[in-house]
Design a protein around this ligand. Structure first.
Ligand SMILES: Nc1nc2c(ncn2[C@@H]2O[C@H](COP(=O)(O)OP(=O)(O)OP(=O)(O)O)[C@@H](O)[C@H]2O)c(=O)[nH]1
Ligand SMILES: [Mg+2]
Length: 406
């Protein structure tokens, strides 16, 4: 039996009565700045897409997998979905026509996993408000989608039945924040990391099979361009491909009538179609198995949980006046956080070198030797700082360099 999960959903971003986005700073700091996780690298898995299409319900399967794989530490789990472990629960989901999730919510329990390199990473799950629910403006939808894409290392783009041209248009508009990065002459990287198209209620498994292979075929088909297509469409496909460093697609079957229509459905696995259960058992490790985890990076540099906190606060500050922030503002937040990451790395290099010298008994630490070693360690740290390619302008670079120099 899976032990009862005491952790809960925490509202990370809410919307106030003026539809302004509000950061729950105390939840952010309390959850993410705990000693056991704040200095770990981090994977942020988010889900976004239209409202009422099973996003929150799905996140609970990821939660169940994380619990079994990384809390109970069961390795190589293929049959991890056991009805004996109780109904699916965690993120709140609801039957009905009215939108349910509001803003961006985070699961308060952070899981620690080991990458194949042996490094430990913290895994954070985010669930987002669905788009197009008739009460939210396009700006609100774009803000939620854009913000969750900026924060995450994997964005699951939840779609019903197929990938339509309008889905690509929305992706382009909503991820528009990222386009500025493409114009940055210093970096040829995609602004965002991994995007997974997750197709719910896929009906044509005789044509393209459920799972990742069928998904890849579908995605290749959708993103293929040729001379017969209108220029606008070709441009759009190219743009979507350039926004993300990795695009994947997974096809899921319909979960059955009980899940889709029964108002008394409470998450009991017996009521979920066996075909759905079979493929969701593959989907969770496809996102969350150690070899598939995507750590959050800025300009190619892995960041830590503490840097993520700065990133989230920085992005939120850009959004506070209720308008879409300029791309320049968004860009400078990422640039500042990346400079901070490199600054900390450089400081660590200095500290390590100095500690080593102090622990080395063969060295006599007179004042002269100490100054000499200090200069050498500082120069190694400065060299590391200067050799790293960083986002942003010379001014930002010089400011952080001055801090390091002190
Ligand atoms: N047809 C279908 N229904 C699903 C699926 N998964 C969940 N549902 C049902 O869809 C309804 C909405 O589920 P939610 O998880 O609350 O959907 P959501 O996308 O989070 O909705 P919002 O929070 O309003 O954006 C519930 O009745 C679920 O049981 C699926 O794969 N296919
Ligand atoms: Mg929801």
């Amino acid at each position: 039996m899976v032990t009862k999960l005491n952790p809960q959903i925490e509202q990370l971003f809410d919307l106030d009565e003026k539809k302004q986005i509000v950061l729950n700073k105390s939840a952010l700091l309390n959850i993410l700045l705990r000693d056991e996780i704040k200095d770990k690298h981090v994977c942020v898995i988010s889900i976004a897409g239209a409202y009422r299409e099973g996003k929150s319900f799905l996140m609970n399967f990821l939660l169940r997998y994380l619990h079994i794989r990384y809390k109970l530490k069961k390795r190589n789990v293929t049959n991890w979905l056991d009805p004996a472990d109780g109904p699916i629960s965690g993120f709140s989901w609801k039957i009905g026509s009215m939108r349910h999730t509001v803003g961006i919510v985070m699961w308060s329990e952070i899981f620690l996993a080991e990458l194949p390199t042996g490094e430990e990473v913290a895994i954070i799950l985010l669930d987002t408000q669905g788009s197009f629910d008739n009460s939210a403006t396009i700006t609100e939808c774009a803000t939620i989608f854009g913000l969750s894409t900026l924060i995450s290392s994997v964005q699951i783009y939840n779609l019903k039945e197929n990938i339509k041209q309008s889905d690509l248009s929305h992706l382009e508009v909503f991820s528009g924040y990222g386009r500025l990065f493409l114009g940055d002459s210093e970096s040829s990287r995609s602004p965002f990391q991994s995007l997974v198209f997750l197709i719910r209620d896929w009906q044509w498994s005789h044509e393209k099979e459920f799972g990742a292979e069928g998904g890849e075929k579908l995605l290749n088909n959708v993103l293929k361009s040729d001379d017969t297509q209108p220029g606008e469409l070709v441009r759009q496909k190219k743009n979507v491909k350039e926004l993300f460093s990795e695009l994947r697609c997974f096809l899921l079957p319909h979960p059955g009538q009980a899940v889709a229509t029964n108002p008394n459905f409470q998450g009991e696995l017996q009521d979920v179609d066996a075909e759905f259960r079979k493929h969701i058992q593959v989907f969770a490790p496809y996102i969350l198995a150690p070899e598939n985890l995507v750590p959050k990076k800025i300009n190619g540099e892995m960041i830590k949980v503490v840097d993520l906190v700065n990133l989230i606060e920085g992005y939120w500050k850009c959004l506070q006046d209720g308008r879409m922030p300029s791309l320049q503002t968004i860009f400078s937040v990422a640039a500042n956080v990346q400079h901070m990451v490199v600054l900390h790395q450089s400081e660590n290099i200095y500290d390590e070198k100095m500690r080593f010298i102090q622990e080395d008994d063969s060295k006599v630490l007179d004042k002269y030797t100490l100054i000499k070693e200090h200069i050498a360690s500082k120069s190694a740290a400065m060299k590391h700082y200067n050799e790293k390619r960083k986002l942003g302008d010379k001014l930002t670079n010089d400011e952080y360099e001055k801090t390091l120099d002190k």
